[in-house]
Write a protein that binds this ligand. Structure first.
Ligand SMILES: NC(=O)c1ccc[n+]([C@@H]2O[C@H](COP(=O)([O-])OP(=O)(O)OC[C@H]3O[C@@H](n4cnc5c(N)ncnc54)[C@H](OP(=O)(O)O)[C@@H]3O)[C@@H](O)[C@H]2O)c1
Length: 304
């Protein structure tokens, strides 16, 4: 894969459509995974304070850049603020401190995108967002955004007279299409970034201990011969994972497939050489089932 397709955020920063997700990769294995991803052609890495693997991401970046001869500026790095848990949500000052700690763990002097991981606490949202605005003004974060926010959460920032986010990272795939929030984001030039694109696959987060909101019946559906993504993928000569990732990209969403399996890592990166036709895109529109699976019953987009 030579070409990296990108989308430009309203702040003028280009975000590659293909990103590498690192949720559930333990820190000890993260450097190897990120190095392999960069060698396989990924130019966008997604991590978070909460994933506890920012040190591994930093190490993998340094190794990947050395192996490929790329510069730091060739790889887009996102990390996220963990907003805090009930009773201990981070203030503006604590948000700035958490950012510095993330930067230190990553071994970087800026990130390309810094996100508030979830809306959770109304009393702290504005204070945390003020910190992100300051980090953007100081060029410590080239772009800033939110994750798992609904339209009302974003509107609250704008109503307070603060700049709107450049991106909102949310769960988006054919089973969770979120047409209302996507329309709001598109109308306001806020880039939707898709996570858990592969959730409809029977293999999604199947390893022991990888909790998800997926039922056994939903997994069985993915194994059946008439699973619609199987039929569609066969038509294009691609895999179901490639079809699901391509669906996100064709909707304008950067995607963040996670895999620690090198063959799957390469497979997931090979999504720029086919297009889903209008009939299949129309059929997929009817497959929406509403809420996502990644957070189970705790879907943070429903936070007050
Ligand atoms: N902001 C948020 O709240 C939030 C929430 C969830 C995720 N995210 C971000 O989005 C990234 C992606 O989401 P995700 O990790 O939930 O799920 P994902 O990337 O949609 O799916 C990963 C799962 O699918 C399997 N898989 C990967 N490629 C495959 C392939 N080609 N064929 C079959 N199975 C395949 C993986 O197993 P193997 O590893 O064994 O291959 C893993 O179990 C995360 O890593 C994280 O960076 C953000």
């Amino acid at each position: 894969m030579s070409e990296q397709l990108t989308r430009t955020l309203t702040t003028g920063v280009d975000i590659p459509y293909l990103g590498f997700g690192t949720y559930l990769i333990p820190n000890a294995g993260t450097a190897d995974a990120v190095e392999a991803a960069i060698i396989a052609g990924y130019r966008h890495i997604d991590t978070a304070e909460d994933y506890a693997n920012e040190r591994g991401v930093g190490e993998g970046m340094r190794r990947g850049l050395a192996a490929t001869g790329l510069d730091r500026s060739d790889v887009f790095v996102t990390t996220k603020l963990w907003p805090g848990n009930p009773g201990e949500f981070k203030s503006t000052a604590e948000t700035l401190q958490a950012f510095d700690e993330s930067l230190d763990k990553l071994g970087l002097d800026y990130v390309d995108l810094y996100l508030i991981h979830a809306p959770f606490e109304p009393a702290q949202r504005l204070g945390q967002w003020r910190a992100l605005v300051e980090l953007h003004e100081n060029k410590k974060a080239r772009a800033i955004g939110v994750s798992n926010f609904n339209a009302a959460h974003i509107q609250e920032l704008v109503t307070a007279g603060l700049p709107q986010p450049h991106a909102n990272q949310i769960e988006l795939h054919p089973w969770s299409q979120k047409p209302d929030i996507v329309a709001y984001l598109n109308d306001n030039d806020i880039t939707p970034i898709a996570y858990s694109s592969l959730a409809p696959l029977s293999t999604w987060r199947i390893a022991p201990g990888h909790a998800s909101g997926k039922t056994d019946a939903q997994r069985a559906e993915g194994r059946s011969d008439d699973f619609p993504f199987k039929t569609m993928a066969a038509k294009y000569g691609v895999t179901e994972a490639q079809l699901l990732l391509r669906w996100g990209i064709e909707n304008g969403y950067p995607v963040l497939p996670k895999s620690t399996n090198p063959a799957r890592m390469r497979e997931n990166a090979d999504v720029f050489s086919f297009a889903i036709d209008g009939d299949d895109l129309a059929a997929i529109k009817f497959m929406d089932r509403g809420n996502g699976l990644a957070w189970g019953t705790q879907d943070p987009t429903h936070a007050a």
